[in-house]
Structure formats: structure tokens, C-alpha cells
Design a binder for this molecule. Structure first.
Ligand code: FAD
Length: 267
């Protein structure tokens, strides 16, 4: 849970030096979907992440599972990036290092802030057709058919390559790394490390197009239950109830309730 993570109260950012690194759970499912495509169509998988040097471990894990190439975007200048800045930075890396891609697969959301924004924003930046929260995909020639669950409806969409999807955690159960995979990840391919300069990003660009959001505080909202007995005639009880709680109810339903006015109109 996000509130259990170590936060720096001053900067509103995660203390990544104290938090144990791990591959984002939804990204594991996206990687599994990519691996299944590779097995069927002999595709090449490039995994990309942005983070401090330690984030390289996650890329090694992805290579141990079967990714062919790994890119780590690493630079202090990029720390504190929100989803907007992150998608811009990822776009630059993709344009520079793998411009001829067919499909970008992202985890549907992160386990820490759960915004689910980076994938769709990246599609917008790269001007790609996209579908979020997909649970199944099929490839027919240059057409991608995806199934997603949205508002309790199952939707099937088709789009042409190149495209972007974000993968939910319904299917594509992540596999375990094999011993041969681990050997390959640590003895074979090197991780390509890109800094901000390599991506053509400098501090003035970060100021202009960098993070738009600021986390001021992360806390768990406290709530409590209480039984309240209002005695008297029904109209009195309703008025009394609304007098006491209309502010709270209004916040929940997004409307202001004017108890007295309602009562007067009824009379
Ligand atoms: C509850 C919650 C809700 C949020 N809602 C939104 C929202 O609606 N919209 C939105 O845009 N954002 C949202 N955020 C994201 C928030 O704005 C960012 O979390 C914030 O800007 C700082 O992120 P961080 O603490 O992860 O900082 P950092 O630890 O600095 O991480 C931010 C990013 O920078 C990367 N990074 C860190 N160090 C380096 C380095 N040396 N080199 C390269 N990359 C690095 C990280 O991997 C990460 O991708 C939300 C966050 C929380 C906790």
C-alpha cells in the first residue's frame, strides 16, 4: 500500500534508497504478454525503465525471463517526474533507441501510485492507437485485436500496428526465470544506460515540460463508525438528520442538500 512506503516529507517523493526495488506487478503481466508474442512470432523484446541505477536489477530480471534488450534511463535531473514528465521522457527514449517498434506493452498501473496514466499518455505523445487495461490480445497480420473489461462490459477492439496497450493483471500470469535465462541475463547482454543529455533533455526543458503535479502529503484517511438515534416524528427526524449530516452527504454525492428548503416546499 502506498502509505506504507517510506516518503520524504520535505520533497513529497519516495525514499527510493529505503524502498526495496521490485518489478511493478502489472509490468510483469505486460512482459509475459510480450514473451508469449515472441514465442509465437519471433519478435524482439526491448524493456525500458526509468529510475536510479538500482532499477537496472529489474531489467536484468526481465532479461532473465526472455527480454532481448534493456534500456535504463538514469539521471538525477529526471527524478521527481510525474506521469506527464515520465511519458515525455519515455517517448524520447523510444524515438532514439527503437523507433521501428510494432507494439508497446505497459503495465496497466503502478503499485505505488496507481494512476494508470503513463501508458495512455505515452500513446498520446507518440500519436498511437491505444487500449488500456487489456486482458487478452491476438495478432492477425498487422492487426491487433484486444479484449478489455470496462465498466463491467467486455469490449473487443482492433487496431493496426504500431500500437500501444496497457496490460491488466487478469491474465498473462508471470512465469519464473529459468537457470539458462538467469545466466544469459548476467553474462550476455549489457543494459544500455541513457542519461538526460543522450535524450536531448536539459534542465530548462524539464522546467518547461517537467512534472505538473506535486505530492504534498501521503496519509491514510481515518474513518470511524457511529450509531446515532434521532427520536421524534419522521419529518423532524429527517430535518434533524439533514441539519447534522447534509455537509457530509453532499460531499459524497457531489450535491448540496438544502434540508429546510425541501421541507418548506413540501409544506
Ligand atoms: C497517491 C499518489 C497519487 C498520484 N497521482 C498522480 C496523478 O494523478 N498524476 C500524476 O502525474 N502523478 C501522480 N502521482 C505521481 C507523483 O506526482 C509523483 O510520484 C511525484 O512527482 C514524485 O514521484 P516519486 O516519489 O516516485 O519520486 P521519485 O522517486 O523521484 O520518482 C519519480 C520518477 O523518477 C524516477 N527516478 C528517480 N530517480 C531517478 C534517477 N536518478 N534517474 C532517472 N529516473 C529517476 C523514478 O523511477 C520515477 O519514475 C501520484 C503519486 C501518489 C503517491
Amino acid at each position: 500500500m502506498v502509505t506504507e512506503l517510506p516518503w520524504d516529507e520535505k520533497t513529497g517523493t519516495l525514499r527510493r534508497d529505503l524502498a526495496a526495488g521490485m518489478m511493478n506487478p502489472a509490468c510483469k503481466h505486460a512482459l509475459e504478454a510480450a514473451l508469449q508474442i515472441k514465442e509465437k512470432f519471433s519478435a524482439k523484446i526491448t524493456v525500458i525503465t526509468m529510475g536510479p541505477a538500482a532499477a537496472g536489477e529489474v531489467l536484468r530480471e526481465a532479461m532473465a525471463l526472455g527480454a532481448d534488450e534493456a534500456i535504463l534511463i538514469c539521471d538525477r535531473l529526471l527524478a521527481g517526474s510525474d506521469t506527464f514528465a515520465t511519458s515525455l521522457i519515455l517517448k524520447e527514449a523510444i524515438k532514439k533507441k527503437c523507433p521501428k517498434f510494432d507494439l508497446i506493452l505497459c503495465g496497466a498501473y503502478t503499485a505505488d501510485s496507481e494512476t494508470a496514466q503513463v501508458g495512455p499518455q505515452l500513446a498520446e505523445e507518440l500519436d498511437l492507437p491505444a487500449a488500456a487495461y487489456i486482458e487478452k490480445l491476438e495478432i492477425h497480420g498487422r492487426t491487433l485485436r484486444v479484449r478489455r473489461l470496462v465498466d463491467n462490459f467486455r469490449e473487443t477492439l482492433e487496431m493496426e500496428f504500431p500500437a500501444l496497450v496497457t496490460v491488466s493483471m487478469e491474465n498473462y500470469k508471470p512465469r519464473y526465470a529459468s537457470l539458462a535465462g538467469l545466466e544469459k541475463a548476467f553474462q550476455g547482454n549489457e543494459i544500455v544506460v541513457l542519461n538526460a543529455k543522450a535524450l536531448g533533455i536539459n534542465s530548462s526543458l524539464m522546467e518547461e515540460k517537467g512534472p505538473r503535479t506535486k505530492v504534498r502529503k501521503v496519509f491514510l484517511k481515518k474513518s470511524h463508525k457511529e450509531n446515532v438515534l434521532i427520536q421524534g416524528a419522521a419529518s423532524y427526524a429527517v430535518t434533524e438528520f439533514l441539519d447534522k449530516y447534509q455537509g457530509k452527504i453532499g460531499t459524497v454525492i457531489g450535491k448540496s442538500i438544502e434540508a429546510k428548503k425541501l421541507n418548506e416546499e413540501e409544506a
